[in-house]
Design a protein around this ligand. Structure first.
Ligand SMILES: O=C(O)CCC(=O)C(=O)O
Ligand SMILES: [Fe+2]
Length: 223
C-alpha cells in the first residue's frame, strides 16, 4: 500500500488513490454532522491560519477506524527503523491497538483524526501535530476534494529544517483520494558521519477559489 523505502529516505510519500471519489465525498459530507465530532476549531482564533477543522469523537466512523488500523503497521516499521537509525531505544508496537493502549495509559485518550475545511483565502500555517509526550512520528492526510473541479491553490506543503542549514520546502501535488504520509516532527537523514535529525513541519498554501476538504489521520491520541 505504501512505498516504505521512499517514505523512510525522504520523510514523505504519496499513496495515490487511497480512497475512491465516492468515499471521499461521503467523508467530506460528514462535516455538518455535529455529533460525530468532539471539538471544532476556528483556525484564525488561535493564529493557526484561516479555515476550520473538527476532531472526530470515538467511536470513529468505520472507514476512518479501518484506515487508521490498516496504515499503522507499515508506518510503525518505518518509525522503528528511524529510531534504530537515531539510536533511540523506543520501539512502537506492531498494532494500533497496542500503541493506543500506551497512549491511553499515559493520559492521552482523546481521538485525533480530523476533518479540515478551507474556503477561498483560507490557509494552514506550518505546524506540527503534537498532543502530549507520546508521539507517533508519521501521519497521513487524504485530499477529499478534487483539485480539477472543486478548488485551486491550497497546496500541501512540507518544510524541513536541517541543523545549521537553510530550510527546504516541498509542495506535494495531490489528486482526489491521494494520501500524503509524512513525518510529524523529526526524521533521520543520512550524513557522512551517520544519521542526524531534521525537523519537519507541514501546512497548506492559500486557497484561490472553491472549497477543499481533507482528512487528517494522526496516530497518537491527545492529552
Ligand atoms: O489540509 C491539509 O492538507 C493539511 C491538514 C493537516 O494539517 C493535517 O492533516 O494534520
Ligand atoms: Fe496538521
Amino acid at each position: 500500500m505504501i512505498d516504505s523505502d521512499t517514505l523512510a529516505s525522504r520523510g514523505f510519500v504519496v499513496a495515490p488513490g487511497l480512497i475512491d471519489p465516492a468515499e471521499c465525498r461521503a467523508l467530506a459530507g460528514l462535516w455538518p454532522e455535529k455529533p460525530r465530532f468532539r471539538s471544532h476549531v476556528v483556525m484564525q482564533r488561535h493564529g493557526f491560519g484561516q479555515g476550520e477543522y473538527q476532531y472526530f469523537a470515538y467511536p470513529l466512523p468505520e472507514r476512518i477506524e479501518a484506515l487508521r488500523q490498516a496504515l499503522y503497521p507499515e508506518l510503525a516499521a518505518v518509525a522503528n527503523r528511524w529510531n534504530a537509525e537515531l539510536g533511540v531505544a523506543k520501539r512502537y508496537p506492531p498494532t494500533l491497538q497496542g500503541w493506543l493502549k500506551q497512549c491511553h495509559a499515559g493520559g492521552q485518550k482523546r481521538p485525533t483524526p480530523l476533518l479540515l475545511h478551507y474556503r477561498a483565502g483560507d490557509y494552514n500555517c506550518l505546524h506540527r501535530d503534537l498532543y502530549g509526550e507520546l508521539v507517533f512520528p508519521l501521519q497521513a492526510t487524504v485530499l477529499l476534494s478534487d483539485p480539477a473541479k472543486d478548488f485551486s491553490g491550497g497546496e500541501f506543503m512540507l518544510v524541513e529544517q536541517r541543523p545549521r542549514m537553510q530550510s527546504r520546502g516541498e509542495v506535494v501535488p495531490l489528486n482526489q483520494g491521494d494520501a500524503v504520509i509524512f513525518a510529524v516532527n523529526e526524521r533521520p537523514v543520512k550524513g557522512s558521519r551517520g544519521f542526524y535529525r531534521t525537523a519537519m513541519k507541514h501546512g497548506v498554501s492559500s486557497l484561490h477559489q472553491g472549497e477543499r476538504f481533507t482528512l487528517g489521520i494522526i496516530f497518537h491520541d491527545a492529552a
